[in-house]
Design a binder for this molecule. Sequence first.
Ligand code: NDP
Ligand code: 2IT
Length: 446
Amino acid sequence: MEKIIQQFLDDVHRRNQNEPEFLQAVSEVAENVLPYIVANDIYYGQNILLRMVEPERVVSFRVAWIDDQEQIQVNRGYRIEMNSAIGPYKGGLRFHPSVNLSVLKFLAFEQIFKNSLTTLPMGGGKGGSDFDPKGKSDTEVMRFCQSFMTELFRHIGPNRDIPAGDIGVGSREIGYLFGQYKRLKNEFTGVLTGKGVSWGGSLIRPEATGYGVVYFVENMLAHHSESFEGKDVVISGSGNVAQYAAEKAIQLGARVLTLSDSSGYIFDPDGIDAEKLNFVMRLKNEERKRIHHYVEAYPKAQFIKNKTPWEVPCQIALPCATQNELQFKDAQTLVANGCRAVGEGANMPATPEAIHHFIEQQILFAPGKASNAGGVAVSGLEMAQNSLRYSWSRDEVDQKLKTIMGDIHDSCVSYGSEQNYINYVKGANIAGFVKVADAMLAQGVV
Ligand code: NDP
Ligand code: 2IT
């Protein structure tokens, strides 16, 4: 079996040189899915995984725009349309200087399995740009978004490809992108998700990823007769996902000790309560400032520069910033300090070595493609509401989100149960694979 996996990975590597993040995501899936394929006659010999790692389409384009100093700036825009076997391409847009083909292909690949796990009819896609929104004025961001959409609009559509937010793309950017799409097409359609509630957005979409992570971990804990109540929780990031993961964990009676950004982390020994979290939301979403300002408002807290929060003892860790932010040494520290459960809010935040350590130590480990699927799930519910020309109440959407996260948990359990341990990584990879593979088999060699 090891030889089959290695041959497959060598082949993928040969065709995707210089794409380390993509290979990392593919390796993790291959380790679980290839043995399953070999054991199941209907998939064997169909080259299904080889087809899944080849994007159906990759679009790359120039985004030229004029900054506030009237200088011409040039960025690169992308959309990876990875797999449409079970529905139109669906996935976020990331604006960050680190964006390149490897990063977007890993994200688009993960999105295939994640979207499949939600049970909603969505294929996998991802896009973005190496544009850095940090330090840009609102009008610069608007001009960039308009230029980006002026090319992207011809590739997307409510039945073709439906982008949403990700790192650096929040409600402000979705607004500018939607405005330009509508202007170019002269159509008001649900072509993006994460829209404002007064113009087609779904209630709970801003909260969905963070709440979903906590609902997933709550399910994992409940399966082992535990809960969030009274637990110490360490969270990385201070953006959309981190903020709402913190909010839900606090509501469930946990003590949230940290938040972070790319400059370091804040540690509040008293816990970040609802009022302090409100301060963070204003600081990050309205003033667009850095997390270290937290300690000016709450002097009992500390700012630890250029470090990640994994050294803080906790029972639950929720990495909610970016890929490969939690490494082997961090995993060792977390486990040694008594951490029992890890829920990935970000996409691929734990390195393969860190994941192997968690699994070896029988830590409850939720991979992002399962635990952060709440965001795209509510995006799917936003699409459903747009098609119905109707909107559900906050409570209705929240209930559906809870049900979906519970169902994803249960699928992971049914495909990932091993002796005395639930391997959620294996469970998520196989459960996500089966639905897409069955659709691909039915649709022939395309
Ligand atoms: P935001 O842009 O709102 O926040 C990102 C946060 O992560 C910021 O605190 C940012 O700090 C930090 N961060 C970003 N890049 C780095 C880096 N290279 N090193 C350290 N910290 C970094 O993004 P989201 O909260 O939406 O996304 C966070 C993660 O969750 C991503 O992995 C994303 O793919 C994933 N995700 C998001 C979903 C969504 O619905 N938004 C859905 C599912 C997953 P700084 O300001 O310093 O850059
Ligand atoms: O990684 C993700 O799942 C997202 N950024 C959300 C995608 C979406 O279409 O809502």
